[in-house]
Design a protein. Structure first.
Length: 252
């Protein structure tokens, strides 16, 4: 499980000789391209406005242009802000809404980071840059630069990684680099049950998809861009971008 480059965001690849790696560059402190405002906000129930109308009827609208600048943060938020809590997140995309349940009891640092990045509109107009369709069945998102090498300016460790390396369909997990403390802003959806390597610590599971699996299935069915060097691993042929993310805490 080697990242393609030191900073390349990697999805992992055990099955088939694809040598895939779901990597994220959370270890970088530059925070990726664009401006670098420092923001250490404590996450709270948050919502951002969509930048375009969500499509209906199973169609995707044209994806937005890449953002002109990307926020950067000096450190991850305090995990206590999410510990023991459950959150509901709605990812508004140009292909429809994907809703999630975030588990702050099992992955408090990851969930605290996700909530903060959503609150600060970190993912506004960011493309999902990687789809894998053989052996691994994941859609990787969360890099506003669209390159697979962007990060929020901080990194943190692995939480709640399955010992057996089994990631069921509907799993929401973090992408990372080769080192275990490189979780940052990139994450992936598992659209069909996938086994990932456990060496290096595995990949943090921090939630599940509660609605929108049909959207992931459509993106997967369309396959990878024909120009990709690997027909099973590359940008999705049907572009899908995050327009905004809204998060609210679920009260007991």
């Amino acid at each position: 499980m080697l990242p393609r480059t030191r900073t390349r965001s990697v999805a992992v690849g055990a099955a088939v000789a694809l040598a895939l790696a779901l990597a994220a560059c959370g270890s970088e402190t530059s925070g990726g391209a664009g401006s670098s405002p420092t923001a250490d906000a404590t996450p709270s129930a948050a919502s951002t406005t969509t930048s375009a109308a969500s499509p209906s009827g199973g169609a995707c609208s044209a994806p937005p242009q890449l953002p002109g600048s990307v926020p950067s943060f000096s450190a991850p938020p305090d995990k206590a802000t999410a510990a023991g809590k459950t959150f509901e997140a709605t990812i508004h995309t140009n292909c429809g809404d994907i809703t999630l349940e975030l588990d702050g009891a099992k992955a408090p640092q990851t969930v605290a980071s996700f909530v903060q990045l959503a609150q600060k509109a970190y993912w506004k107009d960011s493309p999902c840059h990687r789809l894998t369709t053989a052996g691994l069945h994941v859609l990787q998102c969360g890099d506003p630069t669209g390159t697979g090498s962007g990060g929020p300016g901080y990194g943190y460790g692995i939480e709640n990684a399955p010992v057996d390396g089994n990631y069921p369909a509907g799993t929401l997990a973090m992408a990372r680099g080769q080192l275990p403390d490189t979780n940052g802003g990139q994450f992936f959806f598992v659209y069909d049950t996938t086994a990932l390597p456990t060496d290096g610590g595995g990949y943090s599971i921090f939630g599940r998809v509660t609605s929108g699996m049909d959207i992931l299935a459509r993106i997967a069915k369309a396959g990878v861009e024909s120009t990709s060097a690997n027909p099973y691993d590359g940008p999705p042929a049907q572009p899908i971008s995050i327009l905004s993310v809204a998060v609210t805490e679920k009260k007991a």
